[in-house]
Design a protein around this ligand. Structure first.
Ligand SMILES: NC(=O)c1ccc[n+]([C@@H]2O[C@H](COP(=O)([O-])OP(=O)(O)OC[C@H]3O[C@@H](n4cnc5c(N)ncnc54)[C@H](O)[C@@H]3O)[C@@H](O)[C@H]2O)c1
Length: 251
């Protein structure tokens, strides 16, 4: 028996970085995976790599119509929804002093509203078939203070607070839907590579430094797999850091 055998999972942002790794790992453990992304070409490539148990759907997570379409096509193809990994997001550099209202609104629309829509339609689908697991990608930016990521931190904080609300609501309603957040520090993906001029540094090089803050996408996917599986059936409303003690290092 594989760890998520037969579970139907939606993973947003599955064309790149962590989402790609989530999709590959969940599929390798028996899941049927729906991959979504704005990047059609790369998303289709990942789905093709997985094979018949994968479906790629182009989606802008900030669009309500796109969410309705993703849920509809998922149910048509696989008949149910067990796991939703809200993973797609954008990073925006800027302190409170140099973040424009336009940038702030763009970040909240994708990183916060996009997750709200996913959870809203995800809960609706999951409660029909007896429950599920929602995994929302947040960040240590939601827990600590990151002066250069003002709008991004706020969006990730909103995701964490919303997720606690969802977890309790679903528990009180008896839906058997769990909702947890994952809080990484740095992950070695195109998102962070863009901050250093698009240069990819091999993970083995990074790992030589015991103080290294950049984990591999697989380090996050391993936790996502656990949260997607029934092994984590009592973990609900939790905020799970993947940061090698970085957040507490200032104490
Ligand atoms: N990389 C890090 O250091 C880091 C740290 C903490 C948290 N996170 C979080 O982890 C998650 C994955 O990040 P990553 O590093 O793999 O990033 P990434 O940039 O490699 O991948 C993000 C994917 O999301 C897609 N995307 C962006 N906007 C979209 C939209 N509106 N609709 C649909 N798809 C969209 C992109 O096309 C891309 O394929 C994000 O939620 C991010 O905030 C990343």
């Amino acid at each position: 028996m594989q760890r998520v055998e037969g579970k139907v999972c939606i993973i947003t942002g599955a064309a790149s970085g962590v989402g790609r790794e989530d999709a590959l790992l969940l599929a390798s453990e028996g899941a049927k995976v729906v991959l979504t992304d704005l990047n059609e070409e790369a998303g289709r490539q990942v789905a093709a790599e997985i094979g018949e148990h994968a479906l790629f759907i182009r989606q802008d997570i900030a669009s309500e119509a796109d969410w309705q379409n993703v849920i509809k096509l998922t149910l048509e193809r696989f008949g149910r929804l067990d796991v939703l990994v809200n993973n797609a997001a954008i990073l925006a550099l800027g302190s409170i002093e140099d973040t424009s209202l336009e940038l702030w609104q763009k970040v909240q629309r994708i990183n916060s509203e996009g997750y709200f829509l996913g959870c809203k339609y995800g809960v609706q689908a999951m409660k029909e078939t007896g429950g599920g697991s929602i995994i929302n990608m947040s960040s240590v930016a939601a827990l600590g203070g990151m002066p250069l990521f003002c709008a991004y931190s706020a969006s990730k904080g909103a995701v964490a607070a919303m997720s606690r609300s969802i977890a309790l609501h679903c528990k009180q309603q008896g839906y058997r839907i769990r909702c947890n957040t994952v809080h990484p520090d740095g992950i070695n993906t195109p998102m962070t590579q863009a901050l250093t001029g698009g240069q990819a540094i091999p993970q083995e090089t990074l790992d030589q430094d015991p103080l290294n803050r950049m984990c591999a996408p697989r380090d996050i996917a391993n936790l996502v797999l656990f949260l997607a599986s029934d092994e984590s059936r009592f973990i609900n409303g939790s905020e799970l850091r993947v940061d090698n003690a970085q957040l507490i290092s200032g104490l």
